[in-house]
Design a protein around this ligand. Structure first.
Ligand code: ADP
Ligand code: 5GP
Length: 211
């Protein structure tokens, strides 16, 4: 007999200094696993390039953000490069309970706060192979002004100092290697017993009863 319990979603947090290649790697993961959920953050920064409201971010005014924060709607929030960013708790919990894996693309300060709510999540840190290469990638991307790049680099120095917080380190030198490592973490996490109350109910609980 099959019970009512179902698989729960995993929490996968991916952090990296800006310019490391986090968006590139997450896009690849999404291509292979189009069904994973993505925690769409709220931010006060303006949309860049092709970004659309509700897809990459919920773009809101500082006033709206502060009101949401004071109502306790965020499980974490941070000021990054002069803008506010936050994760709303309710949609994440809803996806997890439906068995959807949820990926969080947040900064290191946010990851540390998130651990208090989702302490069993997997926290992954992507590292650039060197500071010089990070400068090349930030410049080569062509989306940020020299001032914004300088801000991102200063922030990167602080984030690299927090590497010890994370469960996994993935160096994004060769893109394909880095992708295989990220993929391995994602796939392995789905096998965690705490995410499989369905296995507990359907297989383990009654084991031996009919033997
Ligand atoms: P992030 O999301 O971490 O800020 P992006 O994914 O936008 O970074 O990548 C920054 C730049 O680096 C982009 O131009 C991207 O194409 C390039 N890039 C990403 N991964 C690699 C890699 N392994 N080797 C070389 N360039 C890379
Ligand atoms: P960007 O403006 O380049 O999209 O993001 C800047 C930084 O903010 C990135 O490191 C990104 O991971 C982080 N960020 C995005 N959303 C959130 C969020 O909801 N919370 C926190 N703490 N950081 C976020």
């Amino acid at each position: 007999m099959t019970g009512n319990k179902q698989r729960l979603g995993q929490v996968l947090v991916v952090c990296a200094p800006s310019g490391t290649g986090k968006s590139t790697l997450i896009a690849k993961l999404h291509e292979e696993f189009p069904n994973f959920g993505y925690s769409v953050s709220y931010t006060t920064r303006a949309p860049r390039g092709q970004e659309r409201d509700g897809r990459e971010y919920h773009f809101v005014s500082r006033e709206t953000f502060v009101a949401m924060r004071s109502r306790g709607e965020f499980c974490e929030w941070a000021e990054v490069h002069g803008n506010l960013y936050g994760t709303a708790t309710a949609p994440v919990k809803e996806m997890l309970s439906q068995g959807k894996d949820v990926l969080f693309d947040i900064d290191v300060q946010g990851a540390k706060q998130l651990k208090k709510t989702f302490y069993k999540g997997n926290f992954v840190f992507l590292l650039p192979p060197s500071r010089d290469e990070l400068v090349r990638r930030l410049t080569g991307r062509g989306t940020d002004s020299p001032e914004a790049i300088a801000k991102r680099l200063a922030n990167a120095d602080g984030e690299m100092a927090e590497a010890g917080f994370f469960d996994y380190w993935i160096v994004n030198d060769d893109l394909e290697n880095a992708y295989q490592e990220l993929r391995a973490v994602f796939v392995a996490a789905r096998c965690k017993p705490e995410l499989r109350p369905d296995v507990e109910e359907n297989i383990l609980k009654n084991w031996g009863e009919h033997g």
